[in-house]
Design a protein around this ligand. Structure first.
Ligand code: NA7
Length: 860
């Protein structure tokens, strides 16, 4: 409808912003599903990224066979790529072909800049306004604006002064640029700079490249589409595309299984050379499992890349300047280059290392660095984008109560699955922050998002519902999960656009989801299968919400659980005792060793019935040290003095204390109260002999994990009652404190998180007759009074069946006036708290534990 003032007003089911790869497929999909939709596009044609980035050398960096739509086999047959990595004009032609083939242009309004989008709660629809005042209303509003579409402001002093020609790679003139005979400056050496510099150098009389950060680059080795690649696709296209959807990055490559340093050096070299020669982004990073998590492994491969540069460049200083050193490999997108490095061997090229000689100012005639004035006819800015969030918040998007998305995202984007934002009903982002997006083959990720959104709209339509909105809790949970994953990697170290670090003032938050395309797809499917978990769905008939967090297990804990599941071991309690003990031994044999300590020595001390083995961990620092008597876990049935070795080393080093891990008699051979008697005797003996062991006399704390935590606190209770040695503190890690199996944590966590109900019952049945379990020496929570116990640090794990009894014990001690610090570690399981150097997401709580032990050691 046209208004009196000439502006347009149009209503449709779905308003889409953007007619790039995402917008085009979304339009097609929506239309096929029977929705009316319109796409609003700033450019005067389709193509998005490939419409704007027309600079010489612009190409995709995922092979074109993979970086293309897979939704229609006929489309695949009709379009043949001429090169392995197609040029921008060819990709643009492809997208134009798609637009024509599916007759999409009739629903696209070109040259239309969206300025504002408001959620009208009463009408349950979005009102969208363009720069020219046209308005569109729709039930749903989708930003399909791409991740790299809002150019970053060129933050170089004097940029407005230059009187020569200025070009931006991301808004390149459609008619092209002839640099023949020109003196050209290029600022920026990201992917765009690296692609255009060699081609500009072919024409220019002089090319000067201003490099702030050198980048890692592998040769693209472009050419015709690889025959074996083509054959694989043609042999079984469905299997090929499915493999891409089920892969880490959206390209059918297996995930790396082996850590770098577990592979023989010759084989490592072979893989690196092969990956390098193949010329792609992903092969090297997929050749090993730990290149983005292990700094040493990453460093070794960095050096491989640097040596390749050194081998290519004749001038040694230029070679060193071109070697990337400022950030771990892969934490910025690896660049694919063609003749980039060789360009710097040409006599008319020059590299200015801005770290040594920064730009003072752009001038009317060129660029002044801190060392010289240079004259140029043209300056090319290849300075990047306000990535992932920039284009979204460039529109004034207001959700419920007029709240602006820009404000909600002021501290970094908050989104559920990178798809929807709490407070913004019926609003979707394609490949939004918090989804794999730029860490994946965008074609695969776009299709997955579009399919998910369409499925969701269909669901709402079928159920007679009008709105969908992420809950606050679900969104918070997802944001935490995204950050947890990133924190396991080296990515947060780099000043990359993944971190928002390239744009001054932008919050430093990791923007995409690094868990992988495969993992992410499963999450999105799980959400649907669990009745739209974490979404509130509403309609005239009422609203419905299955609130919750879709991934609450910490990612590294999940990896451990997956690994354990893959071993397909029989449950411990189903095995004969000796076999159970052997299996536990075997499982601990391969774990990370923990930090180096000054000295480890084994000894025995006299117990009430027999000698007890102990293992002593001494710090490297000069003694005497405060002493911590440690009791291992294993349900009073399994384990020995060295079975919690990594954790004992950790406490020794981090708290700077002498840790003495004491063995005790195990059940069922020696049932309750044998272990208690041994533990108490050991503490008494160590208190008397502390000095001769190299410890400080009178400074003794106790610690223990699981059943060991039970013994540690039982010893404190006994010592207090019986006037035993003074204990300065107790560290109780996921302790057993009660024989009650009816807690919520038992009903919620007794399956799937390592320690099971059956195993715990087996432990108790071996250890203690039912008639004796009320004894506070077995169930310390049942003690008459907890007053006067030593200060305590109690750590419980959210996903542990023992969580609630640990929490109850901490609360009971607190109520009795004991000084208690208590942390319930989110997303952790019973065994992960002590898994030093394996479950790094527990590093924070581990640090709290070691701090507490340090503080105990100061109480005398
Ligand atoms: P990038 O990768 O963000 O690269 C931008 C480059 O511009 C990078 O080298 C920046 O150096 C440099 N830059 C930015 N601002 C300045 C200033 N003020 N002074 C000097 N140098 C500057 O963008 P691209 O367009 O190359 O690539 C984006 C993605 O497109 C790429 O990852 C592929 O996925 C495709 P810095 O590193 O910040 O020091």
């Amino acid at each position: 409808m046209t208004n009196n003032n000439g502006t347009i007003n149009q209503h449709c089911d779905v308003i889409v912003v953007g007619a790039g790869m995402a917008g085009l497929y979304l339009l097609h999909k929506l239309r096929s599903a029977g929705y009316s939709a319109i796409a609003l596009e700033t450019g005067d044609d389709v193509g998005g990224t490939w419409y704007w980035n027309r600079y010489p050398g612009a190409r995709c960096d995922i092979e074109s066979l993979d970086y293309s739509y897979s939704f229609d086999p006929d489309l695949e047959k009709e379009w043949q790529w001429s090169e392995r990595y197609a040029t921008q004009p060819e990709i643009l032609r492809y997208l134009q072909f798609v637009a024509d083939r599916y007759d999409l242009r009739r629903d696209i309004r070109f040259s239309t800049l969206v300025k504002q989008a408001n959620w009208d709660e009463g009408a349950a629809q979005w009102n969208v306004t363009t720069a020219t005042g046209d308005t569109f209303t729709g039930q749903y509003y989708v930003m399909a604006t791409g991740c790299l579409s809002l150019p970053k402001e060129p933050d170089v002093p004097g940029v407005e002064r230059f009187s020569g020609a200025t070009y931006f790679t991301n808004a390149w003139p459609h008619e092209g640029v002839d640099f023949t005979g020109k003196r050209v400056a290029v600022i920026g050496t990201g992917s765009s700079g690296i692609q255009c510099i060699p081609l500009i150098a072919e024409q220019a009389s002089q090319i000067t490249v201003f490099q702030r950060t050198a980048n890692y680059a592998a040769p693209a080795n472009n050419g015709p589409v690889r025959a074996e690649h083509q054959q694989k696709l043609q042999a079984d296209r469905d299997a090929y595309r499915e493999a891409a959807r089920g892969s880490r990055a959206g390209v059918p490559l297996p995930r790396g299984e082996e850590p770098f340093f577990t592979v023989e050096p010759e084989e490592r070299e072979r893989r690196l050379e092969a990956g390098f020669a193949l010329g792609d982004l992903l092969t090297i990073s997929s050749s090993f499992s730990d290149l983005v998590t292990n700094p040493e492994a990453n460093n070794a491969v960095q050096e491989f890349f640097r040596n390749k540069v050194r081998a290519k460049i004749s001038d040694p200083q230029t070679a060193e300047d071109l070697c990337a050193k400022d950030f771990p490999l892969f934490t910025k997108r690896l660049c694919l280059e063609t003749n980039y490095f060789e360009t710097f061997n040409l006599p008319h090229s020059k590299l200015v290392n801005l770290r040594r000689t920064p730009i003072k100012s752009i001038t009317e005639t060129g660029i002044d660095s801190t060392e010289e004035s240079m004259e140029f006819d043209a300056i090319v800015f290849a300075t990047g984008f306000d990535a992932m969030t920039g284009a979204i918040v460039a529109v004034d998007i207001r959700g419920c109560d007029g709240v602006e998305l820009k404000d909600v995202w002021a501290e970094g984007p908050k989104s559920y699955l990178g798809l929807n934002v709490h407070g913004f009903p019926n609003f979707f982002t394609i490949t939004g922050p918090g989804s794999p997006s730029v860490l994946s083959n965008m074609a695969v990720s776009i299709e997955q998002h579009v399919n998910w959104i369409t499925t969701t709209l269909n669901h709402l339509r079928k159920e007679g519902l009008q709105t969908i909105e992420a809950t606050y809790a679900a969104q918070e949970g997802w944001v935490t999960h995204v950050n947890d994953y990133a924190d396991l990697t080296l990515y947060p170290v780099a000043n990359s656009w993944y971190m928002g670090a390239n744009v001054p003032g932008k919050p430093r938050v990791f923007l995409p989801y690094i868990g992988g395309v495969d993992t992410y797809r499963q999450v999105c499917n799980d959400v649907v299968e669990q009745d739209y978990l974490g979404f509130e769905l509403s309609g005239s008939s009422g609203s419905h919400c299955n609130d919750g967090v879709v991934r609450f297990v910490k990612p590294d804990v999940q990896m451990v659980l997956d690994l354990i599941a893959s071993l397909e071991q029989a449950p411990l309690e189903s095995l004969p005792l000796e076999k159970a003990r052997q299996q536990m031994e075997a499982n601990t044999a391969n774990r990370a060793p923990g930090p180096e300590v000054g000295e480890i020595s084994d000894g025995t001390l006299p117990g009430p019935f027999c000698d007890l083995d102990y293992r002593l961990y001494r710090p490297t620092t000069e003694g005497p040290h405060s002493v911590v008597v440690y009791f291992h876990g294993g349900g009073w049935v399994l384990g020995h003095a060295s079975s919690d070795d990594p954790f004992c080393r950790y406490l020794c080093v981090e708290s700077n204390v002498l840790v003495i891990s004491v063995n005790y008699r195990h059940a069922p051979e020696a049932p309750f109260p044998a272990a208690v008697d041994d533990a108490y005797a050991a503490v008494n003996w160590i208190a008397i002999n502390a000095e001769s062991l190299g410890g400080k006399s009178g400074s003794l704390a106790v610690a223990g994990w699981s059943a060991g935590g039970n013994l540690a606190t039982v010893v404190c209770q006994m010592s207090q009652k019986q006037g035993g040695p003074k204990i300065s503190g107790q560290l109780l890690v996921a302790p057993v404190t009660d024989c009650d199996f009816s807690t919520t944590s038992f009903s919620d966590n007794a399956e799937g998180y390592g320690l099971t109900r059956n195993l715990m019952q087996w432990f108790w049945n071996n250890y203690c007759a039912v008639s004796e379990r009320n004894d506070p020496r077995a169930s310390p929570l049942r003690a008459e009074s907890l007053a006067g116990l030593p200060p305590a640090m109690v750590i419980t794990a959210e996903l542990d069946p023992l969580r609630d009894e640990g929490n109850a014990y901490a609360a009971a001690m607190q109520a009795a006036g004991v000084s208690v610090k208590h942390i319930q570690a989110p997303g952790q399981i019973h065994t992960s708290l002590t898994a030093v150097d394996t479950v790094n997401s527990a590093n924070g709580v581990r640090k709290a534990m070691s701090d507490a032990v340090r503080i105990f050691s100061n109480y005398h």
